[in-house]
Design a protein around this ligand. Structure first.
Ligand SMILES: C[S@@+](CC[C@H](N)C(=O)[O-])C[C@H]1O[C@@H](n2cnc3c(N)ncnc32)[C@H](O)[C@@H]1O
Length: 327
């Protein structure tokens, strides 16, 4: 796949790299202009501030769009000054920057782009998309990378040629989709045979007993701005309690989980303001999603067998299963 340069946020007419996109309905070529048009389907896809959009603006991920545009920078390594996202991506995937350089990477559900930044810094040719308006936060932060292509689209209707990417990356996403098995299996259609993948998902046994599971059925229907205000006012009170409980010898981790607030004790965040900021973001991220469907290791193993994937490893990392291997 040959990539040409583009400037995310470019408001000029059309998309210079439109030839790399396909109509998500019929997989045919698109015609470039002030919109992208599929003549066969008679559909026009808008270009919003330089980002082609292939989904309706109001979809089930509205809360994510809200959260990532409010917290555009919070989790970016270039903002925190700590290699948190870089260590997580390279540590979990086992990929090196050298292996990624010059390769095509498909990043699915990119949010504000904390991992987009890491992937782009390796010199990879990154195609990144999200179903929500988070793509605009990503463009504002990572638009400086000339080899980044950003699209607003859904995993279920991707506007790319099948079997065209060297690497497939998807963190923090599949549990938040309506049909996790279908999501998982759809992702692989876009990875070339021999291409490498790394996907993570909430692990079922860890995630279910958490008190947020009791709250979310109520909180997920609260409008995002209202829920965000509630979380923002609760965190300064709840975070110190959770941290104090977490410091109790032995029982600490279990006790801290009784308080429905996200702490990031393991990350060593440098000051109270930063800790609060991360906590507001992740507590909202727990309570707002329409869907949250953690998965068992056994189910994941079955799906990788169904797809005849190679060199598969499924590792448990901090409440997540990380699935990686080769197609
Ligand atoms: C918890 S966030 C993770 C974002 C990013 N990967 C990260 O780790 O920071 C989950 C993201 O998945 C996106 N998402 C959910 N369903 C999706 C779908 N069907 N297609 C594309 N993105 C989706 C949401 O909009 C949201 O930005």
């Amino acid at each position: 796949m040959t990539l040409s340069k583009h400037v995310p946020g470019d408001t000029g007419v059309g998309i210079p790299w439109y030839h790399a996109l396909r109509c998500p309905r019929c997989h045919g070529a698109l015609r470039n202009g002030s919109e992208l048009r599929c003549d066969a389907c008679r559909v026009a896809y808008p270009i919003d501030h330089g980002i082609p959009r292939f989904v309706p603006p109001d979809n089930y991920a509205e809360g994510f769009g809200y959260q990532w545009n409010r917290h555009r920078l919070t989790q970016l390594d270039s903002h925190s000054g700590m290699p948190i996202s870089r260590d997580r991506l390279l540590g979990a995937s086992g990929w090196t920057a050298g292996e990624l350089r010059g390769k095509t990477v498909l990043e699915c559900g990119s949010g504000a782009g904390r991992f987009t930044e890491v992937l782009c810094e390796t010199g990879a040719l990154v195609t990144s998309f999200d179903i929500s308006s988070a793509v605009h936060a990503n463009a504002a932060s990572n638009g400086r990378f000339p080899d980044l292509r950003l699209v607003q689209a859904s995993i279920y209707e991707m506007p790319f040629p099948e079997e065209s990417f060297d690497f497939l990356f998807c963190f923090g996403v599949i549990q938040h989709t309506p049909d996790v098995e279908r999501t998982f299996k759809t992702l692989f259609r876009y990875l070339r045979p021999g291409g490498r993948f790394c996907i993570d998902v909430y692990a079922a046994l860890i995630a279910y007993p958490h008190p947020r599971q009791l709250l979310r059925p109520f909180t997920r229907s609260i409008p995002p701005a209202r829920l965000y205000g509630m979380v923002e006012s609760a965190v300064p009170r709840l975070l110190p309690i959770s941290l104090a409980l977490g410091a109790v010898p032995k029982a600490g981790p279990c006790l801290a989980r009784l308080v429905p607030v996200a702490t990031h004790r393991h990350l060593g965040l440098k000051d109270v303001r930063t800790m609060r900021n991360w906590s507001v973001l992740d507590t909202f991220d727990w309570l707002a999603p329409r869907y949250e469907r953690p998965q068992t290791r056994r189910r994941l193993a079955r799906w990788t067998k169904d797809l005849a994937l190679h060199e598969v490893s499924i590792q448990r990392r901090r409440g997540l299963h990380v699935i990686r291997g080769v197609k």
